[in-house]
Design a protein around this ligand. Sequence first.
Ligand SMILES: C[S@@+](CC[C@H](N)C(=O)[O-])C[C@H]1O[C@@H](n2cnc3c(N)ncnc32)[C@H](O)[C@@H]1O
Length: 219
Amino acid sequence: MRTTTANTLSPPRPVSVEAAPAPKREPKAKALRFFREFVRTPTSMGAIAPSGEPLCRAMVDWIEFDTARSIVEYGPGTGVVTDFILSRLRPGSVFFSIERNPKLAAVLRRRHPGLNLVEDSAANINTICRRHGVDGVDAVLSGLPWASFPESLQVEILDATFRAMKPRAQFVTFAYQLGMLTKAGRRFRKLISSRFSEVTPSDIVWRNLPPAFVYRCRK
Ligand SMILES: C[S@@+](CC[C@H](N)C(=O)[O-])C[C@H]1O[C@@H](n2cnc3c(N)ncnc32)[C@H](O)[C@@H]1O
C-alpha cells in the first residue's frame, strides 16, 4: 500500500490544552444524526458512520502539534476527530473547524461550545484565513469525502488549500479502501500526488466502518 512519491466569523481564539476535554466515545444519538445526514445528503457526507477511534488517531498522530501555530479541520461532522485535535493543541495555537452542513454544525456547537467553528465550505479557506488573521496554515486535517466529489470540487478545494498552506505544511486526510475502486478515489490520489512534495498512505485501518487509510502529505 505504501508509495511515496460564513457566515459567523469570530476572531481567532487560542485553545489551551488544559481547557481541552479528553476524547470521548461517540454517543449513539450523534451517530444516528450522522446517519440521518448521510441519508439526506449522501454525496456531501460520503460515509454512513463517524470515523472510529483508530482512524482518528491515525489522522492526528502524524501532526506536529509542538510546532504548528495554525491548524484547520475540514468537515468535522459530529466532532470525533475534533476531540482528538483539541486534546493535543498547544497553548497559543490557532485552531478552527470548517463545516458546511448546518445541522452537524449545530451538533458540534453543543458538543464544544468554545470551538471556533466556521459554517462554510472548505473551498473558501483563504477568505476564512484572512478574516481570522491567519497568514499561512501549518496543518490541515480533512474529513471531506473526496471520493464523492466531482473533479471540479476536488480541484477547487485542493488548490485553495495548497495556497493557504505554509511551505512544508502538513495535510492529512482519510480515504476508504473501497473508494479506491472508484474513478473519483483514484483521481484524488493522482491530484494530491501532483501537488504535494510527499504523499505517504498509511496502512489500512481495519477497525473502521468501512476500512480506511490515511494520506499524509507535505507541501
Ligand atoms: C465523512 S464525513 C466526516 C466527519 C468526521 N470528520 C469523521 O471523521 O467522522 C464528511 C464531512 O464533511 C462535510 N463536508 C462536505 N463537504 C464540505 C465542504 N465543502 N466544506 C466543509 N465541510 C464539508 C460533511 O458535511 C461531513 O460533516
